[in-house]
Design a protein around this ligand. Sequence first.
Ligand code: MN
Length: 174
Amino acid sequence: MRVDLQTGVWTGEGVLTGRRTLGDLAHLFAEPPAETDRGQVVYETYGVPEGDHPDVLMATTVLYPGRVGAEFWMTRGHFHTNPARGEMCVTLAGSGVLLLADREGKVATETMGPGSVHRIDGAFAHRTVNVGVSPLVFLVSWMSDCGHDYESIERYGFPVRIGAQGDGWRIRGL
Ligand code: MN
């Protein structure tokens, strides 16, 4: 397998790919996206498939630039069910925000840009937000036995949203 470190695209046998459209993610946004926009691809993922025993995994995400109203396009985000299992993230291209929130509602943000390294505490839900005008490309690595809890985010969301302000971004309440 090979990964292009500019585009984040993996090639080779056995590469696992995923894709989320605005329709898939519509419920994440404060304002519902227009019906005509729902076919747009918000992000694509590439990575290695999970094996039959706990192991280190790696993937890239290509998160395209876009907004729904003032709110930037983002990934779903999730908690790890095992808070002792963190995750490493390296930004390859673009401009983004790593949004972190623990189960007590503590929030943190980290600025993502080419070469930025992010050590994600396993107790914090993580979501990425593209606040730029080009694809946000990042590489993540995690232990396969971390457990993924998407349901808490589906049910309660994140405590804050990332919205546009002028040429930049700001944290907004819900
Ligand atoms: Mn994770």
